[in-house]
Design a protein around this ligand. Structure first.
Ligand SMILES: [Fe+2]
Length: 281
């Protein structure tokens, strides 16, 4: 399934697999003035040509290497002849050779998004221009080490990839690093923008206020987690007291989306232990 929706000069493409007629684990790509931000999961590859037939794509950016963001790079390269696909230098070997990390994907990731084919990418520079707009590239690690956001300051647009998702997120992926995520969110606060476009499909207006609330929620939670940890409380007990039971995604994701991951990442941020997550690089 690929559904397009306009937000002024920005077109959002919601992409996802249909199971029994229902979309599962959808993501959003964005098209602006010849630029496509992320190419979606390989499971929708057969729909790409028709969905983008009326959109003259001149260049593509991958916000990071995850399988739902790079899966159709090869389709655009081979069927539309687009060779200038850009990503952060840390992402390049992972996009050009996904076998380096796809062996660590969980079942739900294979099922929802699929294994991305290798594709050739070029290194992003600090600024990326389209015919009418100028985007600043901001490195925002934490969700993944290679994650970037695109800021168009004149328009007040921030294309935030997977760094925001929504305000109050009580879970963390097993490979995310909360300390780096918070540092990236604080970094974004230094810039001016009004509308935030997420790869989750959420479009947030009054975006800086929302970003401040997201930071406050995690920082207040982090203080409580660390206080209990220093009192000798075990991580699972901290999770139970502060966040309650795991969400319905915990089982199907084999623990990839877990409240316990958030608790452990805060604890690791003060103990300097290596992240327990299965880092993808
Ligand atoms: Fe991601």
């Amino acid at each position: 399934m690929i559904n397009a929706q306009r937000y002024g000069d920005v077109t959002q493409f919601i992409m996802g697999r249909l199971i029994d007629g229902q979309p599962v684990y959808t993501m959003a790509s964005y098209y602006i003035d010849g630029l496509l931000i992320d190419t979606g999961p390989v499971h929708v590859a057969d729909e790409i040509e028709a969905a983008f037939a009326d959109f003259p794509i001149e260049q593509i950016v991958n916000t990071h290497h995850h399988e739902d963001h790079i899966g159709n790079n090869i389709v655009f390269q081979q069927k539309r002849g687009i060779q200038n696909i850009y990503a952060h230098p840390l992402a390049m070997p992972l996009i050009e050779n996904p076998a380096l990390w796809t062996g660590r994907l969980r079942y739900y990731q294979h099922f929802a998004w699929g294994d991305p084919p290798p594709s050739k990418v070029l290194p992003l520079e600090a600024v990326l221009k389209t015919r009418r707009y100028t985007f600043q590239i901001i490195h925002t690690p934490g969700h993944s080490p290679d994650h970037i956001c695109l800021l168009e300051p004149e328009q007040g647009w921030l294309f935030a990839g997977d760094v925001f998702v929504r305000e109050k997120v009580p879970t963390l992926r097993s490979d995310e690093n909360i300390k780096e995520m918070l540092a990236s969110l604080h970094k974004l606060l230094q810039y001016e923008f009004s509308t935030l476009y997420c790869s989750s499909g959420t479009v947030v207006s009054n975006a800086k206020a929302a970003l401040k609330r997201k930071i406050a929620y995690w920082e207040e939670l982090g203080e409580k987690i660390i206080k209990l940890y220093k009192e000798g409380i075990e991580p699972e007990e901290i999770r139970e007291r502060l966040l309650g039971k795991e969400t319905v995604l915990y089982g199907p994701s084999e623990g990839d989306f877990g409240k316990i991951n958030l608790v452990n990442s805060f604890i690791q941020s003060i103990t300097n232990q290596p992240d327990s997550g299965e880092e993808r690089q």
